[in-house]
Design a binder for this molecule. Structure first.
Ligand code: FBP
Length: 557
């Protein structure tokens, strides 16, 4: 049974950008090309690599034909996904009442297994402005073999789809680009359009200001961290080690740090730049614990991005070696997974590692060793959410404190508490920002498909402004792709946006963080606000607002 708040949220009517309000007067028009000729991508995407950016412009009233569209949620949940669907559905119906929409069940698997459900107004009604992807489910199956591409072609042909909307992150949108290319190659008319989703905030570039879900997730995590800070300050006995989701990039950790002023926040990308070892990270935390203890503060809160481990140089090398071993294991069907005993797995890989990686691997607790050996996701990523970095750091800090004590350091009270903020931020009720953003993205997807565009990502810009002023466009997916090593081979993938040391955002964070180490300048931002003064309900992330602050250019379209 839905809660009172869920019911109230269903009644929320997302605000649309002014441009999208009269959808039947809009058309798409090509602007500049974004890729240079003769890029190495030409061979992989011969049909789509030179597509122009598309502007959406006011035109005379047009009469649309009914459209048949499918959509799929791909990868991890992000708040607002259901509003992409409601936006798409409402736009389609406004364009032509006879339009129809299907959702593929449980992610891309639903496409290759021919499992789709038609979405009607009644089916969709309970999901308006709700979190999660449970309308049709999601999954991480990667469409990659020739058979899978052909199966996808078969099902879109059977459903006579005009368009397929892929709601996904960097990997899923890479898949969207490959599918668009394949459909063109085999003469299938279905257009493929991507929507930028991921709480990680790493699917962004000069055309995509932020992926949806980042706003709601960071607000949810900041609420939790704010509460933890207040608890720490009240009981004065625990040091919390909070691991924050976000896979590789540390955007989430940096945003939450700026919102809450936790005592210490690691940024994975900085650790990589400064080549900080596990020992150095451990010493940084230990120093903080000792300094705070001297001030009578045997408590504190430390934020750890879940991708941190991949950036520590010795782990980076170890993970890369393990990735290659696991990929080779898959190819030669050696099946590390069939080795039942934990020790068997460890004994199997250990002799195959280089001396440096052997040293790093053997220094780790057995649980972490096993976690590093877990299967990669279908896109070849280490499943960092399953690695207990927060617990690893607790252990290393404990032993560093013990070492220092042996060397004469006064004993300190160190009572650590691990916490992981992850899944709860992906499926929360979407903030007003994500609800509006996603509803508008659904409209853009409908417009692009109606205009015959394929191999594009929906883009909304000027997000720092009130919703009525947002601008919309279609960006060729190939313009965001580069070649990267995956499963030991060079593959086309959409480039992840990491935190950059030279960015104003990082520098601003770096300039203020030191004062949070010892002074308890804690902030408790409280829960996401859905109702009330606009300044609260339309409050956007620091990451988005700061990135846009000096961007005073007038809208392009
Ligand atoms: P997407 O990139 O698919 O949006 O997923 C992001 C994420 O939430 C990461 O932050 C996290 O590391 C990962 O998914 C967890 O994956 P899973 O849901 O498979 O445990």
């Amino acid at each position: 049974m839905p809660s009172l708040l869920q019911n109230l949220r269903r009644e929320y009517v997302p605000t649309l950008p002014d441009l999208l309000k009269d959808i039947n007067t809009l058309s798409i028009s090509p602007s500049n090309n974004l890729l240079e000729k003769h890029s190495p991508l030409e061979k992989i995407f011969p049909k789509t690599y030179q597509q122009p950016r598309l502007s959406i412009v006011k035109d005379k009233i047009r009469k649309n034909s009914p459209l048949r569209i499918g959509f799929v949620f791909s990868g991890g949940q992000a708040a607002g996904g259901h509003n992409v669907v409601t936006g798409l559905f409402d736009a389609l119906k406004r364009m032509h009442e006879g339009s129809r929409l299907w959702g593929f069940i449980d992610g891309p698997k639903g496409i290759i297994e021919n499992n789709a459900k038609e979405i009607t107004y009644e089916i969709l009604a309970p999901y308006r402005n709700q979190g999660g992807f449970d309308l049709v489910g999601s999954g991480r199956t990667k469409i990659e073999t020739k058979e899978q591409f052909e199966a996808a072609a078969q099902i879109v042909k059977e459903l006579e789809l005009d368009g397929l909307v892929i709601v996904g992150g960097d990997d899923s949108n890479t898949n969207a680009a490959l599918l668009a290319e394949f459909f063109l190659e085999v003469g299938i008319r279905t257009k493929v359009v991507g929507v930028p989703k991921t709480i990680d905030g790493d699917l962004k570039n000069e055309h995509i200001e932020i992926s949806f879900g980042f706003d709601s997730a960071t607000k949810t995590f900041s609420e939790i961290i704010g509460n933890i800070l207040t608890d720490a300050l009240s009981a004065k006995k625990y040091t919390f080690f909070v691991k924050l989701m976000g896979r590789t990039a540390s955007h989430i950790a940096m945003e939450c740090a700026m919102q809450t002023h936790a005592n210490l926040t690691f940024i994975g990308e900085e650790v990589q730049t400064e080549r900080k070892t596990l020992k150095e990270i451990t010493c940084e935390i230990t120093d903080l614990v000792i300094e705070r203890s001297k001030q009578g503060k045997d408590y504190g809160v430390i934020l750890i991005p879940e991708g941190l481990i991949e950036f520590i140089p010795e782990f980076k090398q170890l993970i890369s070696e393990l990735n290659k071993l696991l990929a080779a294991d898959e190819r030669h069907a050696l099946n590390i997974d069939k080795l039942n005993q934990k020790n068997e797995k460890i004994d199997y890989v250990y002799p195959l590692l280089t001396e440096e990686s052997k040293e790093c691997f053997s220094s780790l607790p057995e649980e972490i060793q096993i976690q590093l050996l877990l299967d990669r996701d279908p896109h070849g990523n280490v499943q960092v959410s399953k690695i207990d970095t927060e617990r690893l750091l607790i252990e290393t800090v404990k032993s560093e404190l013990a070492n220092r004590h042996k060397k004469g350091q006064h004993p300190v009270k160190f009572s650590p508490q691990p916490l992981f903020c992850g899944y709860e931020g992906r499926a929360c009720l979407p903030s007003n920002f994500d609800a509006n953003y996603c509803y508008a993205l659904g409209h853009v997807a409908a417009l692009l498909i109606n205009g015959g565009a394929t191999g594009y990502m929906c883009s909304i810009s000027h997000l720092e402004l009130p919703t009525c002023n947002w601008q919309v466009a279609g960006i060729p997916l190939v313009s965001m792709i580069h070649l990267e090593e995956r499963h030991g081979k060079m593959k086309p993938v959409i480039k992840k946006a990491l935190v950059k040391m030279e960015d104003r955002l990082f520098q601003q964070f770096a300039a203020v963080r030191d004062q949070w180490r010892l002074d308890d300048d804690y902030v408790n931002p409280g829960p996401i606000q859905f109702f009330g003064p606009e300044s609260l309900t339309d409050c956007k992330t620091w990451t988005l607002m700061e990135a846009k602050k000096h961007d005073l250019d007038p809208p392009i379209d």
